[in-house]
Design a binder for this molecule. Sequence first.
Ligand code: 87F
Length: 768
Amino acid sequence: MQIVKTAKFGVLDVGGLKPAASSAPRRGAHVAPTDAALASLSAPAGVAVVTDAGDNAVLLKLDALGIPHQTYRHAPVPTIEAQSAALGALPGRLTKNLLVKDKKAGTFLVTVAHDRAVNMKELPGLLGIAKNANLRLTDPAVLGVEKGSVSPYAALNDAGGVVTVALDASLAPGGGDGSNILTHPLRSDMTVSASPADLVKYLAAVGHAPKIVDFGAAPAAAAAAAPKAPKPPKAPKAPKAPKPPQAPQAGGRNKKGSKETLDRIVASKAGDFATWYGEVITKSEMIEYGKISGCYILRPWSFGIWEQIQKAFDGWIKDEPLEVENCYFPLFVTKGALEAEEDHVDGFAPEVAWVTRSGDSELAEPIAIRPTSETIMYPEFAKWLRSHRDLPLKLNQWCSVVRWEFKYPTPFLRSREFLWQEGHTAHYELAEADDMVYAILGLYKKVYEDLLAVPVIPGTKTEKEKFAGGLRTTTVEAYIDGSGRAIQGATSHNLGQNFGKIYGIEVESADGSGGKRVPWQTSWGLTTRSIGVMVMVHSDDQGLVLPPRVAPVQVVVIPIISKACPLAELQGFVDEVKAELKAAGLRVRVDDRGNQSPGWKYNHWEQKGVPLRVEVGPRDAAARSVMAVRRVDGGKKALPLAGLGAALAAELDDVHAAMFAKAKAARDAKLVRVTDWADFVPKLNENNLILTPWCDPADQDAEEAVKDKSRTEALEALGLDDEDARTATSLAAKTLCVPHDQPPLPAGTKCFFTGKPATCWCLWGRSY
Ligand code: 87F
């Protein structure tokens, strides 16, 4: 996010007769385009337009995010009625904000349109928590505000992520009449007007992407728990002809006949990438936001993907020729061990989380939670490795690590705890360590390309970007088209003898001389970030699109049941279909729930990204065939039951190939070559990955100069002053790698920046 230059100015009395120019929107206090002009002309007496954010953290944040808003000052209004009276006919919708807590389920800020009634008995069902949850109004101090000032903007003060924001669907983008939302910025004598999309954008930026809840439509279960109102007498129904199930329309959801409304994705990938991503991962049931900022719950739908990645990669590294063994080391590391290797910890130190207490007593010395395990493992390697015959040692562990990031967190991509595998090996010869590094890099490429259908560029990091504790770092770099950013997919390091020397690892040499040798070590890691990259690359406005080889469910079978054709009539054929697909080794789920319409199910599984849907209706059963529909492009095929397993296995391979080709075309369209500085920042501003002739991958000063100059020129081009220090995506260009696949470099080619002779092509981009 960028900080936008803001001029300092005061409160404008729009009730008076100020010249129009002075109430015009300024940069940093942007006015929501639809309501602005009207607002500044028609604010009632006693209401002033605020044009200076002052020290109000919400207004400063909105400005920093470049979010258009209009803010009004008025007398303190303790109730919504008073607020309504104070604001008079100002356009926009007021909100009712209830802060409620249940001991087990946690704290929720429920924000609904002012005229919505919230039935406390229905609330647990609507929030998706235990039906017997005892929700009670709670102290707004948790949001750092007083009673009367509670609003979604206060989520800013909940850095610990204690509060879940539940926003009424009618206030979400696309809901209600779409007019601006009027609510307090931490104080009851001010009201901010911003669009629904911008409110959601703000919430996402402060780590509180809201749960969108339709408070107007209680789900059946919750409604059943609510006290029963006398039912209106039913009009006798005319018998209806059975309706064919509705096929999902492009972008159309909420089919008629659904017993429950699907919580659909509102933001678009092209329009608001960050909000879209938040919606995709929550509405597909991959992620739930944890109580601590930057910590996320991996629900079975995403953990299942991680399990597929684990299964494949684990098999590859255990197999010949690598024969790596799995192990597990403790979560904690002593201060002494962690700090023994300075280069390694230098720069990373602020991210290390420490345990300082047990119960009420302070620990004699704090212990760190592993951010990576070199410093935990290598003291043990020093004990175990005596002779050259003990080499190679090849260990791997699957675990989680903690890095207390201060940049804005993003599920999967940047979280404070994440899952990974970390491999650590020791070899007698440097060349063996190099072979190991490259073999693993090849497997990382395979994970991305053959499992996740995401193209990557393998290469070596420059001196500046390598892991400081090692000799050289290799990487696979991916590109996320939706954000125009590159992202490091996984890294494999040759650590040299650096760690060995520090931790006293040495073996008797093989030449019988009685001499000693410090082994050559490697370490390598692949994290759950890979899942985030996969989601960002493939998914669309309908939700997740899963590559078949990691999809927890590859084929969902949906019997088209209706009153005219109950499940019992299809059951036999559906069982045969399931058995046929299972026998072909496919991961299959039959959705034969009786409480949802086929149309609802199509949309539900589409949102969850299942690669193939198999529809089985009475006509299909009679013809002993099915209709198969591809998630990636909606392609349909009627297929006979005989040989269906093999046909769908082939279809899944084709889906994989189509997804890879689509992602590669999008990536390649953004891969350009630049040989002159003049073209560099303009190409960067078009979100390209840029290959340039480069003087020297060891020249850190020249690289730093490119970074600085590209940031300065980009800020200038955008009319910005500076960047937000917590942004996860800087405007500056970074080297991503020196690609292993090098285009020819004609003799005499000059470095695009220093003008010195070029030694290689280097890949640059803006990255996560
Ligand atoms: C954060 C805090 C402390 C990265 C850190 O890439 C230490 C570190 O050493 C740290 N963040 N790193 C580098 C990790 C190197 C290496 N470790 C094994 C890997 C792959 C797996």
